[in-house]
Each structure stands twice: as C-alpha cells, then as structure tokens.
Design a protein around this ligand. Structure first.
Ligand SMILES: O=c1[nH]cnc2c1ncn2[C@H]1C[C@H](O)[C@@H](COP(=O)(O)OP(=O)(O)O)O1
Length: 224
C-alpha cells in the first residue's frame, strides 16, 4: 500500500534517502475545434509508456544531478527536446508528491519524491516537438509515443445528450502511472484551463457506473 502527500519544493529538498523523479506537462491552447464544432480548451503532451500506462515525459534524477538538470536531460532522451530552445526551469514548477510505501511491519517508509512542471507552448512549437520525437534515443524503448490529451467537453448536440462525459471526463478513466493523474488535474487548475468545480464534475462523471456502461456498450453503434 502507498500513501501520497503533497510537499513544497523546500520540504522535498530536505527529504533524504528517497528516489527522485521529475516530469513535465508541455501544453498549448490550439484554438481549433474537433467533431461537432467542439472547441479544444487545451492539448496536454503525454506519453504512452513502455508499461502501457499514460504519463508525462521525464524520469528519474541521477546521482549528482539536481532536479532541473535531470529533468531536462530526460526530456532530451525521451522526446529529442532541444533544451536550449525549450528549457524547463524552477518557474515552471507546479508540485511535488511524496510517496510512502507500507513496510512488512505496517509502518510507512518515504520512498520517492515526484516533482512536476508545466510549460505552455505556442501551437506551432507544440506540433514541432511532437514531430521531432522520432529522433529521441528512448523513442520506442521507454516512450512509445507522445499523445495529445484533449481537454474538451461535448456540450451540444445529440452526442452530448446520448454520451455525457465524452471528452475529458472519459479521458480521466485511463490508467495513469504513479501520481500522474493528480499532477495533470493540478496543472489544469493552476494554469487556468479548467476550474476546480469543472474538474470535480468530470471526476464525478468518470466515476458514474451507468455512464461507463453506456460508453462501453456504445462502441459498435456510436456516432462520431
Ligand atoms: O508522469 C508521471 N508522473 C508521476 N510519476 C511518474 C510519471 N511517469 C513516471 N513516473 C514515476 C514512475 C517511476 O517511479 C519514476 C520514474 O519513471 P520513468 O519516467 O519511467 O523513469 P526513467 O525514464 O526510467 O528514468 O517516476
């Protein structure tokens, strides 16, 4: 069993004997629409990992590296990111989560600190970075493809009436690595993409068993 707690940058710094990781959400406001003329509020750059889970680019901080050095190195390895053009710095920091893992005697041991960053890009830079991923050393090895996580909701028309939750609420039901789902929702709120109330409503919808049934059974008959 695991426990996750949010900690500040300074508190995270003081925790010793833990593994450290750092990941980053690159995102943009594409100002484009998708099906049924639905506006896309934001696109978040996530990745399909080697283990089948969704997460953000980044990784473990090596011995001798600080958080920012390790994060920028990982972004270069996983996405072929040009660190000079797209540096991630402390100003992009969003949160740190401390993982505590239950031991055989029932006590909890601090095992990992996960730092998270968010960097807004222009639509053009976002699309360019996506294309460059194929040049990354770890593409097809750890990163099985950068994906666009679409923050949107169908609010009008027959699709919205028949399948409420299509869009971001349904996206939330995927399987995410570690604390990536919490990190994602935190940055969506802190960047002003959605309000806390909107996110809470999407979580409610994504946990609704009747809605799930409807969505899953709709796959052969659904309209686009
Ligand atoms: O997106 C993420 N958010 C939070 N934690 C994550 C995320 N992706 C991975 N992780 C966890 C899983 C592991 O405990 C470490 C490092 O994972 P990974 O990114 O696979 O590390 P390497 O590239 O192998 O260094 O963080």
């Amino acid at each position: 069993m695991e426990k996750w707690t949010k900690v500040s940058w300074e508190e995270a710094d003081e925790i010793t004997d833990v593994v450290r990781a750092a990941h980053c959400a690159f995102w943009c406001e594409p100002e484009t629409k998708t099906l049924r003329d639905t506006p896309i509020k934001a696109l978040l750059m996530m990745q399909l990992r080697f283990d089948g889970l969704l997460g953000f680019p980044g990784g473990l901080i090596d011995a001798g590296e600080n958080i920012l050095e390790g994060l920028n190195r990982e972004l270069r390895e996983e996405m072929a990111l040009d660190n000079a053009r797209f540096p991630v710095g402390k100003e992009h920091w969003v949160s740190a989560h401390l993982r505590q893992t239950q031991q055989p005697d029932g006590s909890f041991k601090k095992t990992q600190v996960c730092h998270f960053f968010s960097k807004k890009l222009s639509k053009e830079d976002f699309y360019e970075i996506e294309k460059k991923q194929l040049e990354a050393d770890h593409w097809g090895y750890e990163n099985f493809g950068l994906i666009r996580a679409p923050v949107l909701e169908f609010t009008a028309g027959s699709v919205a009436e028949k399948y409420p939750g299509r869009g971001f609420a349904w996206f939330l039901t995927h399987s995410f690595i570690s604390c990536a789902r919490e990190q994602m929702t935190e940055m969506i709120i802190s960047e002003g993409i959605l309000t806390k109330d909107e996110i809470n409503r999407y979580f409610e919808m994504s946990r609704n068993p009747e809605l799930h049934e409807k969505l899953i059974n709709s796959s052969s008959t659904t309209e686009n």
